[in-house]
Design a protein around this ligand. Structure first.
Ligand code: PLP
Length: 380
């Protein structure tokens, strides 16, 4: 089956009882036993639920994996991956990970005696150099949020194999339409299904996919024990959203390429980060391992904070909203929005400059998106 077909049909079957073409929504907490010790494969929804199971199997198939384990948020999915570790273990992590992930690592997991080293994983030699005897995991995001750094998965998977490390990838930005990290040797793929996979800002959710029996068993044990599980309704909504994933992603990418090229030639923009631009330092790697470059762009305004603020207040079509990966274009200015509370030195050290803007390019008409930016940039 080709990917476009899988998006509609992999692990999805009409309901055997009614023929309902959409999967039934099993909104239930528990299941009645036929007799002691005899259930129909389900006993309690924290452990398993048929709607959730269909979503887990479907997403696993899309990412070329055998097992999917779903969570109530992307953060719960990340947390469960880190629960594969023990106190004293060390993790090497991409330096430009999603802000919520670094907050979790630095402000919660360090209290449980886990240790983290952040490196730019675009350079595999940085990872090699950071390995310690206690290192157990490499956690990378590609492309990263918000600077769109790209990690060479094949090169890093080799390092992980050589040193017996678990290699986990946050693939939220790429989606399985454009990148399937398990095919390059990653052990775990994680998505915030809140973003492109569900696609319409309708829920919060997460998933982890793996081919390894041992990791899948441990993740499922954590899932049912801690219970950070998605509601059956959210799984149902995710399944509905995914039906158009392939179409949506191609349109997101087509629009983003046009917007990135437009911005690159704009006099008030000093830098554009988009893996689909030949000027991106890892364009050659992105081209090799991704079949498209997705819909996220970040760029720097020459006018710094005032220009960023003006741009945010001048756009009409682009929605001023945190989050990403939905059908509508959304825009953020980290210095005054998501990272306003981060001390300036720390923010700059992380590459989040005063004029940095992140745009999640939607599936509107591309001329309308560009017109909106053009009009707003005139004032900025
Ligand atoms: C949003 C996001 C997360 C966290 O997911 P939630 O669903 O918001 O908990 C993790 N990683 C990346 C790259 C994200 O964009």
């Amino acid at each position: 089956m080709k990917f476009e077909t899988k998006v509609l049909h992999a692990a999805i079957k009409p309901d055997p009882i009614t023929g309902s073409i959409l999967p039934p929504l099993h909104q239930t907490a528990t299941y009645v036993l036929e007799e002691v010790g005899k259930d129909k494969g389900f006993d309690y929804t924290r452990s398993a639920n048929p709607t959730r199971q269909m979503m887990e199997e479907h997403l696993a198939a899309l990412d070329s994996g055998r097992y999917g384990v779903a969570y109530s948020s992307g953060m719960a999915a990340v947390d469960s991956c880190l629960k594969l570790l023990k106190a004293g273990d060390h993790v090497i992590c991409s330096d430009d990970v999603y802000g919520g992930v670094s907050r979790h690592f630095n402000q919660i997991l360090v209290n449980y005696d886990l240790h983290f080293t952040y490196v730019d994983t675009s350079f595999p030699e940085n990872i090699e150099a950071a390995i310690q005897p206690e290192t157990k995991m490499i956690w990378a995001e590609t492309p990263t949020n918000p600077l769109l750094k790209v990690t060479d998965l094949e090169a890093v998977a080799k390092i992980a194999k050589n040193h017996d490390l678990i290699f986990g990838i946050d693939s939220t930005f790429a989606t399985p339409v454009f990148l399937r990290p398990l095919e390059y040797g990653a052990d775990l793929v994680m998505h915030s299904t809140t973003k492109y996979l569900s696609g319409h800002n309708q829920l919060i959710g997460g998933i982890v996919i793996t081919n390894r029996d041992d990791l899948s068993d441990q993740l499922k044990f954590v899932q049912k024990t801690i219970g950070a599980v998605p509601s059956p309704f959210d799984c149902w909504l995710t399944l509905l959203g995914i039906k158009t994933l392939d179409l949506r992603m191609k349109k997101h990418a087509e629009n983003a390429q046009a917007v990135a090229e437009y911005l690159e030639n704009h006099p008030k923009v000093s830098k554009v980060s988009y893996p689909g631009l030949p000027s991106h330092s890892m364009h050659h790697v992105a081209k090799e391992q991704m079949s498209g470059f997705s819909g996220m762009i970040s760029f720097e305004l020459t006018g710094g904070i005032p220009a960023g603020r003006t741009l945010m207040n001048s756009v009409q079509l682009a929605q001023l909203a945190e989050s990403l990966g939905s059908v509508e274009t959304m825009i953020t200015h980290p210095a005054t929005m998501t990272h306003a509370e981060v001390p300036k030195d720390e923010r700059l050290a992380r590459g989040l400059t005063d004029g940095l803007v992140r745009i999640s390019v939607g599936i509107e008409n591309m001329d309308d998106i560009i017109y909106d930016l053009e009009t707003a940039l005139e004032k900025s």
